[in-house]
Design a protein around this ligand. Sequence first.
Ligand SMILES: NC(=O)c1ccc[n+]([C@@H]2O[C@H](COP(=O)([O-])OP(=O)(O)OC[C@H]3O[C@@H](n4cnc5c(N)ncnc54)[C@H](OP(=O)(O)O)[C@@H]3O)[C@@H](O)[C@H]2O)c1
Length: 267
Amino acid sequence: MNQAGNQYGPGEEQETVAAKRAFVTGTSHGLGARLATRLAEDGWQVTGLGRRPRSETALPPEVRYLQADLSDPKALDELPALIGETPDLIVHNAVSYPPRDVSALTLDELEGIFRVNSLVPYRLTLDLLAAKPPERFCSVVVVNSESIYHADFASGVYAASKAALRVLTTSLADHCRSRNAAVATLLLGPLADPGKVADLRAVAERRGVTEAEITRLFLRKSNPDLVIEQLIDFDACVRSVRYIADLGTTANGMMCKLDGGSSGSLV
Ligand SMILES: NC(=O)c1ccc[n+]([C@@H]2O[C@H](COP(=O)([O-])OP(=O)(O)OC[C@H]3O[C@@H](n4cnc5c(N)ncnc54)[C@H](OP(=O)(O)O)[C@@H]3O)[C@@H](O)[C@H]2O)c1
């Protein structure tokens, strides 16, 4: 290693290795922002996508950012050209959370949620894989939720859109056979997203107990099946995406559950 920290000696040519390209949706904040930032730090050439303008995100300049509303069919038509060559890694992470009171959702609003959460990942994967040269491998990671295993009235729309995504992901994995591509699911339980963490911290302060204690109580109450006592941190999700991508074609059809053990069944 030379003084500049490069692994080549004086007079030796540095071999130029093209950076791998990743496309991640839902990168304006939350898990997607963390994932895009970490991949860029690892040397990936990252294109992210979110609905709000870039100025309202905290993404580093290395991450290219596309502003698009995935519930708008016109945006989807334009996306493959904006993304360019099919990336080596695609992560479908964007999510449209329905409001707490789902009873007033119109059919259009329901369709919008299903577009973002299930139909766009499906359609866009087909488009990007069709444009991929056969010799290039592409890894597709679809972020899903353990909510697919249980629904009540409030969570039903979200859970159904994610359940549809799960079934469509399976069909995409079948489509990937002999296509030098892999489509896998990363199925997550409750994340340590800043909003949830701040809410729990506020409750802990009000009650004069520790954040860890209130988190434990929250998890036991919100989902008694869970066997974890801490929220799932973003970096564990990032490591899981890297792991799936590293597996190559073996990951096709895989379900990686980082969900706190709440699979709804012991089998
Ligand atoms: N949070 C959890 O506890 C949890 C648990 C299990 C699984 N998951 C899964 O993990 C993933 C990330 O969740 P998260 O909680 O980190 O999400 P989040 O913080 O709410 O972020 C959602 C992202 O999706 C984007 N998005 C929403 N609607 C969009 C639209 N119409 N067009 C384009 N982009 C849109 C948002 O962009 P704008 O804000 O700019 O609109 C944002 O970047 C999701 O797939 C979710 O289902 C989360």
